[in-house]
Design a protein. Structure first.
Length: 94
């Protein structure tokens, strides 16, 4: 089975909202990974919020005949992330 991963980097506070969004549109849950300090060289914009940076990911099956499900998940996740980014900055792209 092949999978497509959707992931973004977020501060710890925003990660909860991203994980909720991903759990609604992904398949089988969400992975949240705290990044080590050397990987946090991301600039002043995110540092103004303080806290830790995490990577939030979810997966969607990419098997044949599942193209509509992947497109729908990508669209819904993209829309949700765009709204969340209006409140707090996110790093990464789908």
């Amino acid at each position: 089975m092949h999978w497509i991963e959707f992931s973004v980097h977020a501060d710890g506070e925003t990660a909860e909202a991203v994980a909720d969004l991903f759990s609604r549109h992904g398949h089988g849950g969400v992975a949240v990974e705290e990044l080590d300090p050397p990987d946090m060289r991301i600039g002043a914009q995110e540092l103004q919020f303080g806290g830790r940076t995490v990577r939030v990911a979810t997966y969607v099956p990419a098997d044949e005949g599942n193209g509509a499900r992947v497109d729908s998940a990508r669209r819904q996740i993209s829309d949700g992330l765009r709204y969340l980014a209006m409140i707090r900055p996110l790093r990464g792209s789908l």
